[in-house]
Write a protein that binds this ligand. Structure first.
Ligand code: UGA
Length: 475
C-alpha cells in the first residue's frame, strides 16, 4: 500500500495550514527534463525516484556523477540524495508500483512526417498498466502532441482495462531551458496543470505547494488539451521572436542599421520585452525546431494552416546558412584547403547539447568546400564527436585559432568573449572573424586589425570610419 508521509520538520517550520505533504513521485525518463525536474520535485519536499532503462546513466548518478552538463545541478542532486528525498534506479516497474504520482519525462523526438515519435511514451504507458498499484496520478512532462493526455487515458481504459478510478492523467508542461534549467525549475514563471479531476488538481497543488505558497508562483489550471497546447504555443511564439529578429538582422545588414540597438529599443516596450531578441545563426536545440514542426504537422492534420509557424521554420533554415555564407564573402570565396577555427559547438552556451546545433550545418558546408576544420567547445566536444569524428578537436580556444585562416564564433560561451584578441591576432594565419553571435566588441576586433562580420551589425564592419564614429560611438 502506498503511503503519503507528512514531513514533521516542515510541519514545525510552517504554521497552521502549511502542512506540506510528501508524495512518493517516480519520474520515468532521466534525461535533461526528467533529471532536473526530479531534483526540483525533491527540493520541494517530495520523495522522488528517477527511473531510466539506461544503466550507464543510472550508475553514474548513483556514483554522484551527472550525465549532463548543467549549471548547479550537481549540488542540487547531491543535497537531495543526502536528504533521502532523491534516488535513482533502473527498476522502472518497481518505481511505478511504489509511486503516488508518476511523472513521464521520456524523449518524444521528431519522427516520420515531422510528427512527434511516441514510441518511448507508449512503452511507459504499457509499464504503468502492468504495474499500477492503487490510485496513481500520471503526469506528462514530455512535450507531446495535443490530445496525447486523453489518448493515454483511453489507452489505459480500453486496451489495458485499468479502472478509471485507479488513475488520473495530468499534463504539466515543462518550461526549463538548457543551461539555466535548475533556476527555471526552482523559480518558474508559472505552473500549468491540465487536469480532468479535482482530486488530481489538489495533488498537483500539494506537490508544488512550496512554490505556490512561498514564491507565489502563478498557477494556470485548465483541461489537459489546453495545457498541452500552451507548451506548443509558448515555444512557437519564442521561436517566432527569434525568427523575426534574425530577419530584422539580415535587413539591418542590407540597409546599414544596427540590430542590437533595434532589439534594445524594441525590448523597452513592455508589450514586446527584451528577451529572445538576440539574433544569431538560427535557433537549435531539442525543442524549437522539433516543436514548431510538430505543431505545424498537427495543425495540418486538423485542417488548420499555420502560416506564421511555417514561416518560422523556413526562416530558420535560411538563417543556418548565414555564418558560412558571410565567411565566404569575407574570404573572397577562397576557402578550399584553408583552416577554419570553429569556436563553439553546443546549440547555445552553458550546455553540452549539440542537437540541431547551428554548428552542424556550418561544419558540413565548410567540409563540402574543402576546408580543414578545427573546433573547440568547453562542454560539447564529446557529443559532437559522434557527428563529426574526423575534424580536429582542440583542447582550448587558443589552440584552435593557432594558424587558422578564419574563425567562426558559433556559441556565445563567456570564455570566448573573454579571449585576449591581441594574442589571438598573433596566433592566426589570417585575421578574419565571423561572429555569428555578436559576442565580441567590434572595437576590440578593429583595434587588433581583424576583418570581421556580425549578424545584423554589418554597418560596423563594412561602412566607413565616419559612419562608425557617428553611429557606433553613441552606444
Ligand atoms: C526552449 C524554451 O526556451 C523552454 O522554455 C522550453 O522548456 C524548452 O525549449 C523545451 O521545450 O523543453 P531550450 O531549447 O533549452 O529551451 O533553450 P533556449 O534558451 O530557448 O534556446 C533555444 C535556441 O534559441 C538556441 O539555439 C539559442 O541559441 C537560440 N536563442 C535564444 C537565440 O538565438 N537568441 C535568443 O535571444 C535566445
Amino acid at each position: 500500500m502506498k503511503l503519503k508521509i507528512f514531513s514533521l520538520s516542515l510541519l514545525f517550520s510552517f504554521a497552521t495550514h502549511n502542512l506540506y505533504s510528501q508524495y512518493k513521485i517516480s519520474v520515468i525518463g532521466t534525461g535533461y527534463v526528467g533529471l532536473v525536474t526530479g531534483a526540483g520535485l525533491a527540493e520541494f519536499g517530495n520523495l522522488v525516484t528517477c527511473a531510466d532503462i539506461d544503466e550507464k546513466k543510472i550508475n553514474k548518478l548513483n556514483n554522484g556523477i551527472m550525465p549532463i552538463y548543467e549549471e548547479n545541478l550537481e549540488p542540487l542532486v547531491h543535497k537531495n540524495v543526502q536528504a533521502n528525498r532523491l534516488k535513482f534506479t533502473t527498476q522502472v516497474a518497481h518505481a511505478i508500483k511504489e509511486a503516488d504520482v508518476i511523472f513521464i519525462a521520456v524523449d518524444t523526438p521528431e519522427g516520420r512526417d515531422h510528427a512527434a515519435d511516441l514510441t518511448a511514451l507508449k512503452k511507459v504507458i504499457e509499464a504503468i498498466a502492468q504495474n499500477i498499484n492503487g490510485y496513481t496520478v500520471i503526469v506528462d512532462k514530455s512535450t507531446v502532441p495535443v490530445g496525447t493526455g486523453d489518448w493515454i487515458a483511453s489507452l489505459l481504459q480500453t486496451k489495458y482495462k485499468i479502472p478509471t478510478d485507479l488513475f488520473d492523467v495530468v499534463d504539466n508542461p515543462e518550461f526549463l531551458r538548457e543551461g539555466t534549467a535548475v533556476k527555471d525549475v526552482l523559480k518558474p514563471d508559472r505552473l500549468v496543470f491540465g487536469c480532468s479531476s479535482e482530486k488530481a488538481l489538489r495533488i498537483m497543488h500539494a506537490i508544488y505547494q512550496q512554490l505556490i505558497e512561498e514564491q507565489n508562483t502563478p498557477v494556470v489550471s485548465t483541461n489537459i488539451v489546453t495545457a498541452e497546447a500552451i507548451k506548443y504555443a509558448s515555444n512557437a511564439f519564442l521561436a517566432l521572436k527569434l525568427g523575426f529578429i534574425n530577419e530584422i538582422a539580415n535587413y539591418c545588414d542590407a540597409v546599414g542599421a544596427d540590430v542590437q540597438t533595434i532589439a534594445h529599443a524594441m525590448g523597452l516596450d513592455a508589450r514586446i520585452s527584451p528577451q529572445f531578441l538576440k539574433p544569431g545563426p538560427g535557433f537549435g536545440g531539442s525543442c524549437f525546431p522539433k516543436d514548431s514542426q510538430a505543431l505545424l504537422h498537427h495543425a495540418h492534420r486538423h485542417g488548420v494552416q499555420m502560416h506564421t509557424v511555417q514561416a518560422i521554420i523556413n526562416a530558420n533554415i535560411m538563417q543556418r546558412h548565414k555564418p558560412v555564407d558571410k565567411l565566404l564573402r569575407l574570404m573572397n570565396h577562397d576557402i578550399t584547403d584553408k583552416t577554419i577555427a570553429i569556436l563553439g559547438l553546443a546549440f547555445k552556451a552553458n550546455t553540452d547539447d549539440v542537437r540541431y546545433s547551428p554548428a552542424i550545418p556550418a561544419i558540413q558546408k565548410l567540409l563540402e568546400y574543402g576546408a580543414h576544420v578545427k573546433a573547440y567547445d568547453p562542454a560539447a566536444m564529446e557529443n559532437m564527436q559522434f557527428i563529426f569524428s574526423d575534424i580536429i578537436y582542440c583542447a582550448s580556444a587558443y589552440e584552435t585559432v593557432k594558424d587558422a585562416d578564419a574563425i567562426i564564433i558559433m556559441t556565445e560561451w563567456k570564455e570566448f568573449k573573454d579571449l585576449d584578441f591581441a594574442q589571438v591576432r598573433m596566433l592566426v594565419n589570417q585575421p578574419i572573424v565571423m561572429d555569428a553571435r555578436n559576442l565580441i566588441d567590434p572595437d576590440i576586433l578593429y583595434k587588433h586589425g581583424f576583418l570581421f562580420d556580425t549578424i545584423g551589425r554589418s554597418y560596423l564592419t563594412n561602412a566607413s570610419k565616419i559612419i562608425k564614429n557617428n553611429l557606433y560611438n553613441h552606444h
